[in-house]
Design a protein around this ligand. Structure first.
Ligand SMILES: [Zn+2]
Length: 141
């Protein structure tokens, strides 16, 4: 189950994120509940596409909460893996603002005085995860 990051808990939860949300996996406050498109829409009260298309103060606040949560979560990943680059996939990776705002949101949660890991969009777009999974399928079947 290595890489099942979505079912690890949201790190450093804020008071309004507690006691948390029950996840279908049986745990509570899994990242997927906060960082997926569905999770964003639950928090914002509308889908991310709508927040971007019809900007307002409530939508901006939802985007800020999203960036903060993703920054906390990726800070943990950076501490464990110290990657050369962070590549985002999935539908919300289409949010252009992530690539500007995330490094500053990750940095305070990394156990280092320096965080200069670039955050990039997946080369093959928001379906790169599915594409990668397909490449794992044996060709001799
Ligand atoms: Zn879960």
């Amino acid at each position: 189950m290595a890489g099942e990051w979505g079912h690890t808990p949201l790190p450093w939860p804020r008071p309004d994120e507690l006691p948390g949300i029950d996840c279908w996996c049986g745990r509570r406050n899994c990242l997927e509940l906060w960082l997926s498109g569905t999770g964003f829409a639950r928090d914002a009260g509308r889908p991310a596409e709508d927040v971007v298309a019809r900007p307002d103060a409530a939508g901006d606040a939802a985007l800020a909460r999203y960036v903060d949560r993703l920054g906390r979560a990726l800070g943990v990943v950076a501490d464990i893996l110290d990657t050369d680059v962070i590549v985002l996939g999935g539908g919300l990776s289409n949010l252009d603002l992530l690539y500007d705002r995330l490094p500053a949101a990750i940095a305070p949660h990394v156990f280092s005085d320096v965080f200069d890991t670039p955050v990039r969009r997946a080369l093959h777009g928001d379906s790169s995860g599915v594409r990668g999974a397909a490449w794992l399928w044996p060709l001799d079947r």
